[in-house]
Each structure stands twice: as C-alpha cells, then as structure tokens.
Design a protein around this ligand. Structure first.
Ligand code: FAD
Length: 464
C-alpha cells in the first residue's frame, strides 16, 4: 500500500487484541489510522495461537470426555475412535474465521493495514523494515505483545515446544511434560489428559495456578490428581535433553534431584514482553524489566507514544489488552476514559474444571491488612450442577468485614469463566453481597451458587 505522503493521526504497531481494538476504536472516533502487523494474519497470539485455538481444542476435549463417559448417560457404542487431526483442523477453521473477521473490521473502520515489521524511527515516524517505507504520524500505539519464556532452553518445535507448536501438534504425545502450571500449562494438561496423554505438570512455585487463591488451587490440584495428571510442585527444571525418541528432563524437587522422561516438553512458564528491536532506546521510551512503562491512560514517558497489552504490564490477558486499546484510542481522540482498574480484570482459566477469579485472594486481602469474611458455596448443593453432572467445586467470596465491600471472588467449577462476570459487574458498581444475594438468580442455574455464596458470608445460605 502506498501512503507515502500521508500523515496518520495514529500508527498502531501490532495487530493482536490490543492493537486491532485500538484501531477500531480510533477509526470509530474519526481518526486516520494505520496498523502494522508483521505476521500474515491479524489477531496476534490470542486469535492465532492462544485464547481461541486452545478454547476450540478444550471443547473437543470436553466432547471426548462425554463420549468416554457415555455409559453414565445411557449411551452405548462400540469402538470409540479419536481423530486428533480433525480437532486441530476445527480449531484452525475457527481461527481463520476470526482473523478474517478482524481484517474486514479494519476495512469497515477505514484502517490502513501494513503487512510489515515496524520500528520507531522518531517519535513521529515509523520505519517499515521490509518495504523501507516510512509512515509519519502524530501518535503511536505500541501493541507488540509477548512471547513464550524459554529460559534459554532451545525450542526445536518437535521435542521441546511452546504453546505455538502445541496448538498445531500433529499427534497427541503419549507422555507430555509441561513446565509451568499457570493458565496455559493447566489448559494444555486438560486437553492432552483427556486425549489420553500421560501428563506431568512441573511448577517451580508451591501450588498449581500460582496467582490464584490457595484454597481454589488446592481444589484444582485434587481434581487434577483424580484425573491422573501428575503434579510436581516446588520443582525446578534444570536441563532438557531432547533425543530422536523423546526428551530427558532433570529437575530439582523438594525431595531431591529427579530425571523425568517424556515424548515432548511444553514450555508454558510465563511470557516476556516483545519490547526489543522496536527502536525504543532511540526515542527514549522507558522500559522496566522488559515491559514498557505506561500510565493509567496508556501514555509512555514520550509524548504521543502509548503502550497497551502484554508489552506494557501484567496481567497478560486479551481482555486487558483490548480495554487498554480502547483507552489509548480515546485519549488520542481527546477524550478522558477511566483508567483500567486492575482489581476489575477477571482472570479466567479454562482447564477442567474451570477456574476464574477477580480481585483479591484471601491471602492477599489478609496481607493488605483487611479484616475479612468469607462466603463459600459448593456446586454439589446446586441442582443445575447435579443435573449436568458437574458438581465439583465452589464459589468463594472474600468480603471486607465492616462495609461489606467485595474484595475478591474465586470460582472453581462449571462455567466459572462465565459466572465470574456477575461479581465483575457488582464490583465495578461497588455493590455489596446484599445486592448480589437480593438479585434473583433463575432456578435452576449455576449462577445460584453466586447468590448463595453471598448469603453464606453471613451464614444465611439456603441450600446447605
Ligand atoms: P499479541 O496478541 O501478542 O499481539 C501482538 C502482535 O504484534 C502480534 O501479532 C505480533 O506479530 C505483532 N508484532 C510484534 N512486534 C511487531 C513489530 N515490530 N511490527 C509489527 N508487528 C509486530 N488471554 C486471555 O485473556 N484469555 C485466554 O483464554 C488466553 N489464552 C491464552 C492461551 C495461550 C496458549 C496463550 C499463549 C495466551 C493466552 N492468552 C489468553 C493471553 C493472550 O493471548 C494475550 O494476553 C493477548 O494476545 C495479548 O494481546 P496483545 O495485543 O497485547 O499482543
């Protein structure tokens, strides 16, 4: 595309959920927008390699789990066969549909898309590395995202893989070692375990899903163990040696050094911001531990340069990137959007059973000096959960004792990643458990557990 003489209001670097949402919002606000993406499709990690393909594969795993348990539902068949390749192609079709959709949203919002790698030339000029073209602009939004941490281990794409390879892996590995028991690690554990892999989750910190409430993590650990996922917590991967037939991994566990064997090891222990090679030093953009420093309106220290999404600060979540994209676009258009409140960002994990949380854990609330009350309600006392045979888990609310402020909500159980939004809305409207329990929850629904947990804070839960 030749726009040599044009000056944009904003050039966005990176077409992931942060960048493409910023582009749409900026277009809606009448700005002249360019988006530069170095990969062949828009959508970033989320649509191409992360959120979407994993959720599609998790759905396949859920359907397979139903088939494996068919007798419970009074269904019998002979010779259950599994076509992993078909699961991968379904997930790639979903990806394609969404990334094509994003491309048409760019057209609809009159965003000029450049398929190139961008570097900051000055604070008002972007160099496109492949074409050599320069784009003049009044503002820049950096939305370059993050990449999997590899800790210096060589990724060969065969024996040593990241999530990028895992979402298109040709065969289900017989034995998979997963380094990192966070959201990415546990989701792949659920997918591969259901497809019959021998799965070992290796986590350096003390519990599975390290950022989550201890009690919820313990419940997930119990459930994973029941499903046959092996858990090695407080265990550090020291070395990885791939061979033609598999991979040998040396770890240090609390009870000493161990050697683990697998067909594949998946490196799923966190992600690093993509802030190198962007020319940030040249322009003087401040970076701390690799993350671009930005304020509540996504401004960096250099006027006219904004940063959003994974490249700016944790949590590394698509919906956080999207909201930051909207904020940056609105600020550039002269509006004053509310800064993103980190306590209002839901944390979803789509493993089986699902886990979702918002706000403070019990441990964080206590450490911050809050006097708290806890409301818990188990799904085994919820009719809908029994009806659908998914009754493991609970809702846990962390409430400030004096004024009843909802400090945090933690769910493990069916559709936790959907249910969490009730508390998200309640928290953002500064409601208390009184309003949550008074809201009428349809019967029978999983949402009843939320109303009951709100009542349980003061010992008034009805169904237990
Ligand atoms: P990205 O999505 O990383 O996009 C950045 C884009 O910038 C990329 O397309 C990249 O090619 C491009 N780029 C980088 N440098 C340049 C350059 N110099 N020039 C041009 N283009 C450039 N989050 C959730 O909220 N829910 C989930 O369920 C979820 N599941 C996940 C599962 C997995 C396996 C993984 C790995 C991540 C998951 N995430 C999930 C995290 C989510 O993918 C990220 O938080 C999200 O993609 C961040 O969006 P972003 O726009 O900041 O960056």
């Amino acid at each position: 595309m030749s726009n040599a003489n044009k000056t944009y209001d904003v050039v966005i670097i990176g077409g992931g959920p942060g960048g493409y949402v910023a582009a749409i919002r900026a277009g809606q606000l009448g700005l002249h927008v360019a988006l530069v993406e170095k990969e062949s499709t828009l959508g970033g990690v989320c649509l191409n390699w992360g959120c979407i393909p994993t959720k599609a594969l998790l759905k396949n795993a859920e359907v397979l789990a139903y088939m494996q348990d068919a007798a419970r539902w009074g269904i019998a068949f002979d010779n259950l066969r599994v076509d992993w390749g078909a699961a991968i192609s379904r997930s790639r079709q979903v990806v394609k549909r969404l990334t094509t959709g994003v491309a048409s949203l760019m057209k609809k919002n009159k965003v000029d898309v450049y398929s190139d790698e961008a570097e900051l030339d000055t604070a008002t000029s972007i160099l496109l590395k492949k074409s050599g073209q320069k784009l003049s602009t009044k503002n820049i939004i950096i939305a370059t995202g993050s990449s999997a941490n590899t800790f210096g281990f060589a990724v060969d794409g065969k024996r040593v893989i990241t999530s990028n390879e895992a979402v298109v892996i040709k065969d289900v590995p017989k034995r998979i070692l997963i380094m990192g028991a966070g959201a990415v690690g546990t989701e792949f554990a659920s997918i591969f375990r259901t497809y019959g892999s021998d799965v070992t989750l290796i986590e350096m910190l003390g519990h599975i899903l390290p950022p989550e409430d201890d009690e919820i993590a313990d419940l997930l650990a119990k459930e994973f163990t029941r499903q046959g996922v092996k858990l090695l917590m407080s265990t550090k991967v020291e070395s990885i040696t791939p061979s033609d037939t598999g991979v040998t991994v040396q770890v240090t566990a609390p009870d000493g050094a161990k050697t683990l064997e697998g067909d594949v090891i998946l490196l799923a222990a966190g992600r690093s911001p993509n802030s190198k090679g962007l020319g940030l030093e040249k322009v003087g953009v401040k970076v701390e531990r690799g993350f671009i420093v930005s304020d509540g309106q996504q401004r960096t220290n250099v006027p006219g340069i904004y940063a959003i999404g994974d490249v700016t600060k944790p949590p590394l979540l698509a919906h956080k990137a999207m909201r930051e994209g909207e904020i940056a676009a609105e600020v550039i258009a002269g509006r004053s959007p509310k800064p993103l409140d980190i306590n209002l960002i839901p944390h979803p994990t789509y493993c089986t059973p699902q886990v979702a949380s918002i706000g403070l854990t019990e441990q964080q609330a206590k450490a911050q000096g809050f006097k708290i009350k806890i409301g818990r309600f188990p799904y085994r006392a919820i009719g809908k959960a029994l009806a659908i045979n998914e009754y493991e888990g609970q809702v846990k609310l962390v409430i400030e004792e004096q004024y009843g402020e909802i400090l945090g909500a933690h769910i493990i159980g069916p559709d936790a990643t959907e249910g969490i939004h009730e508390i998200g809305l309640a928290k953002s409207a500064e409601l208390t458990t009184a309003e949550v329990s008074q809201a009428i929850h349809a019967h029978p629904t999983l949402a009843e557990a939320m109303g009951e947990a709100a009542l349980a804070v003061d010992g008034h839960a009805i169904h237990i």
